[in-house]
Ligand binder design. Structure first.
Ligand code: RRO
Length: 297
């Protein structure tokens, strides 16, 4: 019932983790692999060299708002992620090289592997590195040069957009390339939360990306606005805590959903709960497949 398509591949359950949560090390990824309530798994975004990330505390959860993070791309380096093999589940590798040249090296390497790639155009937390997804010219240049070294289709993780002209412009760029899925949305960048106990920013790097319930309305609108402009699969992400949240994303055109903040807070058990809640809703509403809800095939 929850079978769906991402980037031309069929997965058995439309729910899995968002890049960044529980997916940096082999141990993390092994846990996602053995969890029977997800249909895929995605790695932490990787760079050319391993990184330890920003100073801690770099993540906080604020009840009633959601999360703020400035992790700063902690990861084990791109080769680590291609050395891991998870044959029974779709294992997507997230890529976020710090420069165009780094990305070309990474994509060239991944030519020899069969993993789906989610190219992250939207990390908000690296000083001096603007989000590629917010510059049409940079995004076009990156996609053009990467497509030259990596002829296979790949996916994009997009930042949230807030103006209709930006959806039009970004969709036009995506339609020029062999993009097989998009994931909407990354965290809402450069938020600031003050800790009332200390009167100081609640995370050490001060600014960070917002996730969790306060992002859901923005995420839903991004999925729907892109679904009206693109034929690719769309993966919903942002503020998903319940089966109802997943269902809402499907109604807006998502064929799968990623869980970030809720996974961080609740642990792997969230997947069984959310899956069960979603199945109950589909049964109540009389749907047999995800494609019937999304109306996109
Ligand atoms: O590592 C991070 O700070 C981070 C990344 Br790469 C991202 O894409 N989104 C986010 O909220 N944090």
């Amino acid at each position: 019932m929850l079978e769906t398509q991402i980037g031309g591949r069929t997965i058995k359950n439309c729910i899995y983790n968002a890049s960044g949560v529980n997916c940096i090390t082999k141990d993390d990824l092994d846990q996602l692999y053995t969890c029977e309530w997800t249909g895929a798994m995605v790695s932490k975004s990787c760079t050319l060299e391993p990184r330890t990330g920003n100073q801690c505390p770099r993540y906080a959860y604020i009840p009633g708002l959601g999360s703020i993070n400035s992790s700063g791309l902690p990861n084990m380096g791109y080769k680590y992620y291609s050395e891991l093999s998870y044959p029974e589940k779709e294992y997507i590798i997230s890529v976020a090289g710090l420069t165009l040249q780094d990305n070309l090296t990474i994509f060239d390497h991944y030519n020899s592997y069969n993993n789906l790639i989610e190219f992250n155009l939207s990390c908000p937390n690296i000083k001096g590195k603007p989000q590629v997804g917010y510059s049409s010219s940079t995004m076009t240049e990156y996609l053009r040069k990467i497509s030259e070294v990596y002829p296979k289709p790949f996916g994009l993780k997009l930042p949230p957009y807030f103006d209709i002209s930006h959806f039009d412009r970004t969709a036009d760029i995506i339609n020029e390339f062999n993009i097989s899925f998009i994931t909407c949305i990354n965290s809402i960048g450069n938020g600031l939360v003050i800790d009332p106990l200390t009167d100081q920013p609640i995370i050490k790097p001060i600014y960070g990306g917002l996730g969790g319930p306060s992002c859901k309305a923005t995420g839903l609108a991004n999925v729907k606005l892109f679904s009206e402009r693109l034929n690719t699969n769309i993966i919903g992400c942002g503020g998903i805590s319940t089966g109802r949240d997943v269902y809402d994303y499907m109604l807006c055109g998502a064929s799968a959903c990623q869980i970030g903040t809720r996974l961080q807070e609740e642990g792997l058990g969230c997947f069984k709960r959310i899956t069960t809640e979603l199945i109950d809703i589909l049964e109540q509403k009389g749907y047999n497949t995800i494609a019937d809800i999304t109306d996109r095939r």
